[in-house]
Design a protein around this ligand. Structure first.
Ligand SMILES: NC(=O)c1ccc[n+]([C@@H]2O[C@H](COP(=O)([O-])OP(=O)(O)OC[C@H]3O[C@@H](n4cnc5c(N)ncnc54)[C@H](OP(=O)(O)O)[C@@H]3O)[C@@H](O)[C@H]2O)c1
Length: 250
């Protein structure tokens, strides 16, 4: 069984690779940082796995299309690479936001498209899209990031129904964590409002519940998802703004 994981060089992607090693024997690991990618690659090889390292910026969309040609026989695609940014919209960097849209939305879209087509044709395969709890609500002060994750959730929900209608054996899942202790905080210029969980816990929960569509690895976040469903969007946005705008304790 073969899996391709983007953003495998750190955080959730790296821990997913470690936990997936219980079930998968071949790994295609994608990321920009060769040193960190080699680190996890070596770990997996020591466990007897076959590993292919692909040093690639996922915003190179032609590079992504080439990946799907080079590795067409993927059983599990994990679209994980992504990042955020925090701040009032008039102050945040447009260039960073465009790069975020390219990474969180377009790159995920390209890989989903390429592998969805192959998987549907073969009636086999699974796509795991790493969204966020941010994907089920509006996020003032992180508006672009939340919007990108809403795209991931909505795209995946649409594809789930298409697959169901054609009685396909292809599966799709979305991972919706809340705060997780990874490199995310520093790349997004934030300090989490409440304690993030360990990325190992997220990875273990995800692999255990891979047969689900929504994978939400923390009880508090499951409650939050429920509240986001029952309260009006405006009320949820007000609450998110208040939490994000709270002065930080030192
Ligand atoms: N941590 C959280 O609180 C949290 C919560 C919900 C959802 N998520 C989502 O979880 C996913 C993983 O994030 P993380 O928390 O594990 O953060 P992380 O430790 O910063 O990992 C991000 C990964 O994405 C890769 N990446 C980013 N931009 C890339 C690009 N242009 N090309 C190739 N790889 C790229 C990085 O690889 P290189 O540095 O090697 O390029 C790195 O492996 C993201 O989609 C994030 O939005 C995180």
């Amino acid at each position: 069984m073969k899996t391709l994981i983007t953003g495998a060089s750190s955080g959730i992607g790296r821990d997913l690779a470690r936990v997936l090693a219980e079930k998968y024997d071949t790994f295609v690991l994608v990321g920009r940082n060769l040193e960190r990618l080699s680190g996890i690659g070596k770990e997996l090889e020591e466990m007897g796995k076959t590993v292919y390292l692909e040093v690639l910026d996922v915003t190179n969309f032609d590079g992504l299309k080439q990946l799907a040609i080079k590795y067409p026989d993927i059983d599990l695609l994990v679209n994980n690479a992504g990042f955020g940014d925090m701040g009032p919209f008039e102050e945040t960097s447009l260039d960073k936001e465009l790069s975020m849209i390219d990474t969180n939305i377009k790159a995920l879209h390209v890989l989903t498209k390429c592998y969805y087509q192959i998987m549907v044709k073969n009636n086999h395969g699974h796509i795991l899209n790493v969204a966020s709890i941010a994907g089920v609500m509006a996020g003032p002060l992180m508006a672009t990031y939340y919007a990108t994750k809403n795209y991931v959730v909505r795209l995946s929900e649409g594809l789930r129904e298409e697959l169901r209608r054609k009685k396909s054996k292809v599966k799709i899942s979305i991972l919706c964590p809340g705060p997780v202790k990874t490199g995310f905080e520093s790349s997004a210029n934030i300090t989490f409002d409440f304690k993030g969980i360990d990325s190992k816990v997220v990875a273990k929960y995800t692999v255990k519940h891979l047969n689900r569509f929504y994978i939400v690895p923390d009880f508090k976040i499951r409650v939050l998802r429920f509240l986001a469903k029952i309260f009006p969007t405006k009320t949820v946005a007000k609450a998110i703004y208040s939490v994000k705008n709270k002065p930080k304790k030192n």
